[in-house]
Ligand binder design. Structure first.
Ligand code: ZN
Length: 278
């Protein structure tokens, strides 16, 4: 891990220590974890044994029941956790699925359908370049294995860079690909990259039009009754996160990231307002 990771971790410990004096936050009803690749191969991936340790922690300390649509309504004593994977790497089938089945942890895969071919092709670009992606048959096998399948768009482009017409046709293409592979369209989507700069204000409208009932970001946070269904927060799990780190994130020790992002947003809005005014 680099020094940024160590710095973030120390901040998390401090925030967690401060939070211990605050009353428990009853507005949080669940944590949605984001994984990418698992096991050996090109690009950053969580080692298989570490992923196993995470699943052991989830089974022992958390609940994994989650409603079919929307967010859990009530907070629980054991934190409620949902496991998701973005992109559609082949190791999600070969490495992750057997472990998920062994520990009986339900999972959702958000698949960039444009990267799914008749055979498992290598990822063409980005940090995971060279890693094999799922094939259409693989996606079917995952669904048969009880994994929920969602969309990660078709072309994995940054949505704000596309025109409304381009977003519409991308979402339609993704739903068609899933319908032809699985017989039904997806109900949920995870935005490519999913950071504040990767979201667009008309996303809820465009997603709903394409048949989606939820849009997941990578904005750090827990879900609650008041969360925005089309700007839903998740918690990104890094390949170097130990079980202790994962537990800290689930417990809210990394929540200063939410406040940091909000403060950054407010600061940006204030600056823009001031520039406009001035
Ligand atoms: Zn992605």
């Amino acid at each position: 891990m680099g020094s940024t990771g160590r710095f973030k971790r120390s901040l998390g410990r401090l925030w967690g220590a401060g939070r211990a004096f605050a009353p428990p936050d009853r507005s949080r009803t669940g944590s949605v974890l984001v994984y990418h690749a698992v096991g050996p191969g090109e690009g950053p991936a969580i080692p298989e044994e570490r992923f196993r340790a995470h699943l052991r922690l989830i089974t022992e300390q958390c609940r994994t029941d989650w409603p079919e649509t929307g967010f859990p309504g009530d907070p629980t004593d054991a934190p409620r956790v949902r496991v998701t994977f973005d992109d559609g790497y082949r190791d999600n089938l070969t490495v992750a699925l057997p472990l998920l089945s062994e520990y009986r942890v339900p999972a959702t895969l958000f698949i960039a359908t444009g990267r799914i071919g008749p055979t498992p092709e290598a990822c063409p670009d980005g940090v995971y370049r060279g890693r094999r992606m799922l094939s259409r048959d693989d996606v079917r096998r995952l669904a048969d294995g009880g994994v929920r399948i969602g969309s990660h768009t078709h072309a994995h482009r940054r949505l704000p860079e596309l025109s409304v017409a381009e977003v519409r046709s991308d979402l339609q293409a993704s739903q068609e690909a899933l319908r032809s592979a699985l017989g039904e369209a997806a109900r949920e989507l995870a935005y490519p990259w999913g950071g504040a700069a990767d979201l667009r204000p008309d996303a809820a409208l465009l997603l709903a039009e394409a048949g989606f009932a939820a849009g997941w970001t990578t904005l750090h946070g827990h879900v609650g009754r008041d969360s925005d269904l089309f700007r839903a927060p998740r918690i990104v799990v890094e390949p170097e996160d130990t079980s202790e780190d994962l537990w800290a994130k689930i417990q809210g020790e990394w929540d200063y990231l939410t406040w940091a992002a909000r403060a950054k947003g407010a600061w940006g809005a204030w600056k823009v307002g001031r520039e406009r005014r001035g």
